[in-house]
Design a protein around this ligand. Structure first.
Ligand code: NAP
Length: 134
């Protein structure tokens, strides 16, 4: 009888420990996710996103600008690029979102983009190689 009681007590202790550990793990995960969501980018240099006028590139530009990054979107279509810049600026309240012409299918355009970027913005903070050419 005593042995059965001891086994039941041990089982209860194990269950309680597992539940407590699970709760702690969930709390730590929630804290880490919140910390990641609150990460900000505090850098004077500009970040380049290729093809940031639509899709994943535009979403990335929006999120990075929201976090304080200075963003250049490199796009081949001026009208779409300017529309994206306007929208990102409006949604983030940041003026540090610019567009430079870039057609990745043309090496000449890539060279011109690099020249313009270095001349106007200096060193790059980061490059998001988003646009893929088919
Ligand atoms: N969506 C997915 O599920 C998925 C999955 C795996 C990988 N990817 C990759 O992630 C990247 C973005 O995907 P997405 O779904 O956001 O594509 P998307 O909506 O088609 O956007 C592609 C972007 O790249 C630009 N682009 C295409 N060719 C270009 C060129 N020659 N020069 C400059 N910009 C150019 C487009 O500009 P225009 O508006 O002028 O065309 C557009 O802004 C692509 O490389 C894709 O292969 C996507």
């Amino acid at each position: 009888m005593i042995i059965i009681i001891i086994i039941i007590i041990i089982i209860i202790i194990v269950v309680v420990v597992v539940v407590v550990i699970s709760i702690i793990v969930v709390i730590v995960i929630i804290i880490i996710i919140n910390l990641i969501n609150e990460l900000t980018i505090d850098c004077l240099f500009w970040l380049i996103i290729s093809g940031g006028n639509s899709g994943i590139g535009k979403a990335a530009a929006l999120e990075l600008a929201k976090r304080g990054a200075r963003v250049i979107i490199g796009c081949r279509n001026k009208v779409k690029a300017e529309a994206a810049v306007t929208l990102i600026r409006r949604r983030t309240g940041s003026d540090a979102v610019h567009y430079l012409p870039l057609d990745l299918a043309s090496l000449e355009s890539v060279k011109q983009f690099v020249d313009m970027f270095i001349k106007q913005y200096g060193p790059a903070y980061a490059l998001v190689n988003n646009a893929g050419i088919q």
